[in-house]
Design a protein around this ligand. Structure first.
Ligand code: FES
Length: 283
């Protein structure tokens, strides 16, 4: 399996289809508000992995009921629930996929293809059950579960090995030592400008607004873009930093994500001022 996954990651032959599909997804899923909704910006958490719980749970339950006597009706109901709920989950997944790096998009493409095959089997299974062909419905359901399981395996690889849609910045905290760290003289800090500093060897950005100073991890939670090189923009009445790589935006007074593709908030660090010196520490 490892060799196969490596081959998929490196399969540049998938890029032609992938690039074309990416353009279609980006042109179709608009405006930004729709994309943000599907990324899970409103939740502060990627939406796709939460949404797939419904079809996965329903389909596994269908398989269990299919192995028990007298459960045809319940199995058919759960099979239909899984099939219908897979559609919005797939749209949210496509939206995330379109903002991934190339090697991630290759694995994501095969993940989507496996799940599409699974979905087609399940759609056939629902149709067969509704027309009284229960044995065929059951067989198609098991085939669907096989294909969807392969898709889930690839989805796990995409998240846990390739880090797709996981918070890329939070592990920075593990490299910071305990205790307060001095990072700047308050008197020398300019107003409303991003300043980059190091705490131990972790890069953070400073943003002063009046007597308040925000200290935030610099690596973007989406794909580690340098937020210190981003621009400050007012969004919905709040100063936000916009990532220079793919445009995720985070509030500078709290770290909440306001625009994707990041589905995660950015980590803010506590601050205090001692004798005119700004200090920060681990949350
Ligand atoms: S790295 Fe993608 S939005 Fe920041």
């Amino acid at each position: 399996m490892r060799a196969l996954l490596m081959k998929i990651e490196q399969a540049s032959g998938l890029d032609r289809v992938g690039d074309r599909l990416q353009r279609v997804v980006q042109a179709t899923l608009r405006p930004q508000r729709v994309r943000d909704l599907l990324h899970g910006v409103w939740l502060g958490h990627p939406l796709h992995p939460a949404m797939v719980q419904v079809p996965v749970g329903a389909w596994i339950s269908t398989a269990v009921l299919d192995l028990m006597p007298g459960q045809r009706r319940a199995a058919a109901t759960l099979c239909a629930v899984g099939t219908v709920s897979a559609l919005p989950a797939a749209v949210a997944g496509l939206n995330d996929w379109a903002a991934l790096a190339r090697d991630q998009r290759r694995v994501g493409l095969v993940h989507a293809a496996s799940n599409s095959v699974g979905l087609a089997f399940y759609a056939g299974s629902v149709a067969a059950r509704m027309t009284g062909r229960h044995n065929l419905g059951r067989t198609l359901g098991f085939l669907g579960l096989g294909a969807a399981s392969m898709g889930a395996y690839l989805g796990g690889h995409l998240a846990y090995k390739q880090g797709a849609q996981v918070n890329q910045s939070i592990s920075e905290l593990h490299r910071m030592s305990d205790g307060w760290h001095s990072i700047a003289d308050m008197a020398a800090l300019p107003e409303r400008r991003l300043i980059t500093r190091e705490v131990d060897d972790v890069s953070v950005i400073l943003y002063r607004h009046g007597d308040e100073v925000t200290v935030m991890l610099e690596r973007c939670p989406h794909q580690s873009g340098p937020l210190g090189e981003g621009e400050v923009r007012e969004i919905d009445g709040h100063d936000c930093v916009v990532c220079p790589w793919h445009g995720s935006a985070f509030r500078l007074n709290g770290g909440e994500v306001v625009h994707g593709p990041s589905g995660n908030d950015q980590q803010i660090l506590p601050t205090r001022v001692v004798d005119g010196v700004l200090e920060t520490r681990l949350p």
